[in-house]
Each structure stands twice: as C-alpha cells, then as structure tokens.
Ligand binder design. Structure first.
Ligand code: AP5
Length: 214
C-alpha cells in the first residue's frame, strides 16, 4: 500500500507509522528522521536542515523533494510505503503526485490524525526519543525502564525542537502550510480521519480496520 500520514506535530504520526510499517510490511519513511540522521552525521544536508528545524520552520521544498525522490528509488519501496511528515506543503504534494505518476503509481490513502493544539503542547513536552526510531511519552507511553529504549536499550533523549516556543511555531506553520493538504486530498477522495486523542492501540486498530474496508 502507498500511504500518507497527515496531522499536526505530535498528533501521533510517528507512533502509528512504526506499528503500521511492521503490520503492513512496508517501509516507514519519515522526512524528519532523515533530516535528524543527517544532523547527527554532520552532513551538508544536516547543516542546512538544522537551522530550519531548530526554529520550527520547514526545510525548503526543493531540498525535501530531492531526499524523498532518492528514498523512493530504493528497492524496499516497490511494495509500498508510509510517508510520515511528507508532503507538508501543496507544492510538495503536487511534486509527489508527479513523481509517482512517472512510476505509474498513486497514493492509495491519506490517514489524517486529528488532535488539538493544547493536547499537542502537553504531549511533545513529555516525548522521549530513541535513535532507533522508537518514540515514548513519560506518562502516556513510558519505556519499561526509565530513560532506556525497550527495543535497543539505548538512552532516550529529548528532541531539540520539542521546546514550548518551537512547538508553538511548528503548530503555526502546520496551520498555515500543511493543513490545506486535508482539503487537497479530500478532493481526491483519499482522506481517512482519526481521532488522535484516543489510546494509541485504539487508533491503530481503527486505522487498520479502515484500510481493510477500503
Ligand atoms: P517531523 O519529525 O516530521 O515532526 P512533526 O511532524 O512535527 O511531528 P512529530 O514527530 O513531532 O510528531 P508525531 O505526529 O510523529 O507524533 P509522535 O508519534 O512522535 O519534522 C520535524 C521537522 O523537520 C519539521 O518541523 C521541519 O522543520 C522538518 N521537516 C520534516 N518533514 C518536512 C517536510 N516534508 N518539509 C519541510 N520540512 C520538513 O507522538 C508525539 C508524542 O505523543 C509521543 O511522546 C507519543 O508517545 C505520544 N502519543 C502518540 N500518540 C498518542 C496517543 N494516542 N495518546 C497519548 N499519547 C500519544
């Protein structure tokens, strides 16, 4: 399946994408994770992306589209993908449609996870990350051992852009530049809406049921 996960920062896109990727056996492609891996590796892309990410702004469209095109050419994407955090602007969505069109492929569903700004601010300030990609929350989704990843036992860390001021800027950018994508995909009949404030496993079940019934 070729899926897009849409929703504001902290709605639970990464959390759901991890489970869906395992269940549906398709790769989870997070542009945020690709940028963070490049920042960690000190690459030119990482240096460029860092200034935007740390201030809560979007990385320019041309840069983002190039990294997605590169990733999509990998063999594991032949059977499908879950895009998490891409597209994030109308030009990105249009370029993505073109890119897939050239490969004679289409997006099959857009999973839109809905959550209010006030919930998001609370959630992101309690988020803890692992470098393996697993995400936790100190209250809602804690690791078995405090500060350690359940999967790889690495130490968990707080993302640089999870400071309250940066979260507010990310939400502002979401409402201005990303939320118009709901209408864009609605017009194509691809949107499936989910309440991101339900327990994680409930939302996962609802998404899988809805994909099965498509
Ligand atoms: P990115 O990494 O994509 O961040 P984001 O979209 O802001 O989303 P988050 O990762 O913060 O949240 P999420 O929805 O994945 O929530 P999560 O599952 O972690 O992007 C970062 C930056 O990179 C951007 O700001 C931008 O600068 C740049 N960038 C990335 N893509 C770009 C693009 N296409 N174009 C341009 N720039 C781009 O969950 C959050 C917390 O809530 C966790 O602690 C989790 O455990 C908890 N939680 C999840 N679900 C629930 C639930 N149902 N109930 C209770 N708690 C829950």
């Amino acid at each position: 399946m070729r899926l897009i996960l849409l929703g504001p920062p902290g709605a639970g896109k990464g959390t759901q994408a991890t489970v869906l990727s395992e269940t549906l056996k398709i790769p989870h492609i997070s542009t945020g994770d690709i940028f963070r891996a490049n920042i960690k590796g000190g690459t030119p892309l990482g240096l460029l992306a860092k200034s935007y990410i740390d201030s809560g702004k979007l990385v320019p469209d041309d840069v983002t589209i190039d990294i997605v095109a590169n990733r999509l050419s990998d063999e594991d994407c032949a059977s499908g993908f879950i895009m998490d955090g891409f597209p994030r602007t109308i030009p990105q969505a249009q370029m993505f449609d073109e890119m897939l069109g050239k490969l004679d492929r289409k997006v099959e569903a857009v999973i839109n996870i809905i959550a209010d700004d006030s919930i998001i601010i609370k959630r992101l300030s309690g988020r803890r990350m692992c470098s393996c990609g697993k995400t936790y929350h100190i209250a809602n989704n804690p690791p078995k051992v405090e500060g350690k990843c359940d999967v790889c036992n690495s130490s968990l860390y707080i993302r640089d852009d999870d400071k309250e001021e940066t979260i507010k800027e990310r939400l502002k950018i979401y409402h201005e530049q990303t939320s118009p994508l709901v209408d864009y995909y609605q017009k194509k009949g691809l949107i499936l809406n989910f309440d991101g404030t339900k327990p994680i496993e409930v939302t996962t079940r609802e998404i899988l049921d809805s994909l099965n019934n498509k």
